[in-house]
Design a protein around this ligand. Sequence first.
Ligand SMILES: [Zn+2]
Ligand SMILES: [Zn+2]
Length: 144
Amino acid sequence: MSETVHRGSCNCGAVRIEIEGPLRVFGFCHCTTCRKASGTAFTANSSVRRERVRFLDGEAAIARYESSPGTFRCFCSKCGSPVYKESAAKPGVIRIRLGILDTPVGAKPKAHAFWGERADWYDDPGSMPVYETWAPVLKDEVEE
Ligand SMILES: [Zn+2]
Ligand SMILES: [Zn+2]
């Protein structure tokens, strides 16, 4: 296990975080709420144990939107950058939005999830497997 420390920040720099340890397997999620929350074709998120995430700045700037019951999309209230998602069902885990990272992720995405809800202008899956809904290969590996 690498002891890599990842750092991320929102677009305006008000929110800055540090993530200890390796990032988990990730893919692209094409579900409707991810598309709307990101404003583009898909999101790339990785699960991290909450205690491995430390705010260097701006925790008070985080705003939360309940996109489905018990699931909160957390974003910078100043610039709107998506930062992470959290779920009442899994309080020990948060889903980091990989686009906020300023340090290399050091891994490649493994699958397309919710391909059945993709934007009609995104048709090329490349070399990654496609799953109409959940991608088993992306199953959350983080222990509770
Ligand atoms: Zn910001
Ligand atoms: Zn999604």
